[in-house]
Design a protein around this ligand. Structure first.
Ligand code: PMT
Length: 400
């Protein structure tokens, strides 16, 4: 069950060309189990119909503060009290100005004033409007009052100008909803997570690598952020986009990953190494493409640095967690790695299976702790496994 499951979310839609993207937001929130109530302003209704939003949200769309039927059935105070989260997307300069100034002259501005729920605002407007002194100041003031903003993207806007003002991607807005609504069990913790493969060049066109997609490590990073941690993700080459709202360091080789993890982790509370770091690299990288040779080809390999083992030598107060990619004797091999690398825990997965481990969307793991305790996390999505891993680490290692 995801963070949004069972949550009551009020979505305010105001009058901008991006109002049509509210449909996608409603759909994503509902897919994750949220109950969505849309408040559509009069100017929002110039861009999108209440019928569309009502059909998608499966709840009546509220528009008019003075409508006797909707006020008796839904009521602005009831909406304000019921909300776990109030999200305004797209938010015009006008609604931002009204909220800052304490104006409550329509349903949306009144509900914002009446709610104690967190409010997330995703602005969307013409670049000059967004950069105007009034809007900048209004946003600063609202931030200082605890309102959260999802900054607009830069790009070509509907009005033809190029610059900031385009509504942030729907995925980013929904991620902010998850972040705001998740429990904050890792608040105040700094964590470094590694992900993906490393790539070791043989010559300008060939390399050594492995099948890691980054999905498991990216899930661990995203979930840690939602749980309130300050997260840095260090990742080898993957097809995945950088996760929102966190520092992501992209590296290629084991050596680059080593440097990045060492640089990012001295003051970390935890380092979780999920990356499939290459164990070997070419002893010498050929400067030009190696010619095909009928007689075969022998490649000299040198071991790469074992990042986790190095960290384990200078562990300090950091919690160190490894992942073990095993194909047999899982418990024995995983525990041996944990001991050799001086870890607090190791998360073992069976990479001989095709439904879990490398590349798949799901995983199934056993967590071995240095005190001998073992926890099993049954088959789940990698995000589900990430939730289980952090809950287990929090309960066992951070609470001490
Ligand atoms: O990315 P996905 O497609 O989602 O796949 C996820 C995964 C299968 C890669 C992941 O769940 C996983 O098992 N990661 C660990 C892969 C691995 O390298 O396992 P290992 O048993 O070889 O290494 C043990 C630990 O030492 C790991 O934490 C590894 O990051 C670390 N290590 C290994 C070699 C090295 N030179 N330096 C290291 O720090």
């Amino acid at each position: 069950m995801g963070v949004l499951s069972g949550k009551e979310i009020v979505l305010g839609v105001t009058g901008g060309i991006a109002a049509y993207k509210a449909c996608e937001i409603v759909r994503e929130l509902r897919t994750e189990g949220a109950n969505v109530h849309v408040i559509l302003t009069a100017s929002g209704a110039q861009f999108i119909t209440p019928l569309t939003l009502q059909t998608l949200s499966k709840n009546p769309v509220v528009m008019d503060l003075w409508n006797l039927i909707s006020e008796s059935e839904i009521g602005h105070i009831s909406l304000a009290q019921r909300a776990h989260l109030l999200l305004i997307a797209p938010a015009t300069g006008n609604i931002i100005g009204k909220i800052r100034s304490g104006i409550a002259d329509d349903m949306l501005s009144t509900v914002v004033m009446a709610t104690t729920a967190p409010v997330v605002i995703a602005p969307s407007m013409n670049t000059q409007m967004y950069e105007s002194a009034a809007v900048r100041e209004n946003i600063d003031v609202l931030r200082s009052r605890g309102f959260r903003f999802v900054e607009p993207d830069e790009g070509e806007l509907a009005c033809g100008t190029v610059g900031p003002g385009r509504l942030a991607p729907v995925g980013k807005i929904v991620e902010m909803a998850r972040i705001v609504l998740a429990e904050k069990i890792l608040q105040g913790k700094k964590v470094v997570v590694s992900a993906g493969p490393t790539v070791e060049s043989i010559d300008p066109v060939r390399f050594l690598s492995n099948r890691a997609s980054g999905k498991m490590g990216f899930s661990l990073a995203r979930v840690a952020l939602r749980f309130g941690a300050d997260v840095t993700l260090v990742t080898g080459p993957t097809a995945l986009e950088n996760p929102h709202f966190m520092k992501t360091v992209r590296v290629r080789t084991a050596e680059e990953m080593h440097k990045a993890v060492e640089r990012e982790s001295p003051d970390a509370d935890a380092v979780v190494m999920c990356a499939a770091v290459a164990d070997f690299r070419a002893a010498k990288v050929a400067p030009a493409k190696i010619k095909k040779n009928e007689g075969g080809w022998k490649l000299d390999l040198s071991p790469t640095v074992d990042i986790l083992e190095e960290l384990g030598r200078n562990k300090g107060r950091r919690v160190l967690v490894g992942f073990a990619a095993e194909t047999g004797d899982i418990a024995q091999n995983a525990v041996a790695k944990m001991r050799k690398k001086n870890l607090d825990a190791i998360v073992a997965n069976d990479v001989s299976r095709t439904d879990i481990g490398f590349e798949s969307d799901d995983n199934e793991v056993r967590i071995f702790f240095s005190d001998g305790e073992v926890r099993e996390l049954p088959l789940a999505t990698k995000e589900g496994i990430a939730v289980g891993v952090w809950l287990a680490l929090h309960g066992k290692l951070f609470a001490r």
